[in-house]
Design a protein. Structure first.
Length: 304
């Protein structure tokens, strides 16, 4: 019989040898993991600063850019400029009151100082006014010393001024916003403004020629013992005593008043009778662009 087709039986793997091989393979894998883990952590540690930098790119540097931001109440961050006066004493900043008659010569001019308070040069300054009552405000030619300027950090070159003119053409309250825009560092700064146009009514009183005032309860009556009152169309009454303004004239000034129809009256001390020219009560109408004055003369005075 030929031995060519005969294959000797194969030896079974030794369980002890196989177990050693498996253990050796497992240890190699553990060693690879131990070597790999530190490398991964090192890679992450190196990449972390870069990730932080990339995440912060494009974020605001802290300079205010919100158009509604006022210097009196910054929303956070470091301001590059200061404006004086600003809203810190009250928002809006009260620029004052102009009393009628309203004209181009009857105005209030407020100067605002813009100062660089940062450690870098500020450039590309632009100045503007806006708001519902902006028509009552203006910046005259030559009064804007800031637009186009760059402000340095040295004391002699770190500020500029803007003059805002308040010139109402009627009575009422006028709101506006002074806005300072910086190109570098980018930011918008605002100061809210309020101003008032006031109507007033002046009432004067004097003694007529040859007229004297009587005594009342043993005391001499004077024109300063009289009072004036104004009553509007809704029935609201304002009363003021007369004060001596010189030359025998006594005055009571009512301000502010809204445009309306008024009744002007004069009251003497209790127990005294008097007459005036013109007669009282006197009808007066106030319009939106001028004041009024009512002059009365006492033509007779007596104690019954």
């Amino acid at each position: 019989m030929s031995d060519l087709g005969h294959r000797p039986p194969q030896a079974k793997p030794n369980s002890h040898t196989s177990s050693k091989a498996n253990v050796h393979s497992h240890l190699k894998k553990v060693q690879v993991k131990r070597r790999t883990a530190p490398r991964i952590w090192m890679a992450l540690a190196c990449a972390l600063p870069l990730l932080i930098v990339l995440a912060s790119c494009g974020k605001d540097s802290g300079t205010p850019t919100d158009p509604s931001l006022t210097l009196g109440a910054p929303a956070g961050g470091t301001r590059a400029i200061s404006i004086s006066p600003d809203n810190t004493a009250g928002d809006p900043y009260d620029i004052g009151a102009v009393t009628a008659p309203f004209s181009a010569t009857n105005t209030i001019v407020q100067t605002f100082k813009v100062t660089n308070i940062s450690t870098k040069v500020t450039s590309g300054i632009a100045v503007s006014l806006s708001g519902t009552g902006v028509a009552a405000y203006s910046i005259a030619p030559g009064d804007d010393g800031c637009t186009g300027r760059s402000l340095g950090t040295a004391l002699k070159n770190n500020s500029c001024t803007v003059k805002v003119t308040f010139d109402p053409s009627a009575s009422g309250t006028f709101l506006a916003t002074l806005q300072i825009t910086l190109a570098q560092p980018k930011g918008i700064y605002t100061v809210n403004l309020t101003g008032t146009g006031e109507l007033f009514l002046t009432v004067t009183l004097r003694l007529g020629s040859g007229v004297s005032l009587p005594t009342l309860s043993g005391a001499q009556v004077a024109l300063s013992d009289f009072s004036a009152s104004v009553t509007n169309s809704a029935g609201s009454v304002k009363t003021k005593a007369f004060t001596d303004v010189g030359n025998g004239i006594f005055q009571a000034k009512f301000s502010p008043l809204a445009p309306d129809s008024y009744q002007v009256n004069i009251t003497a001390p209790t127990g005294m009778s008097f007459t005036t020219t013109p007669s009282i009560p006197l009808a007066v109408t106030l319009t939106g662009d001028h004041a009024s004055q009512s002059d009365f003369t006492v033509t007779a005075a007596s104690v019954p």
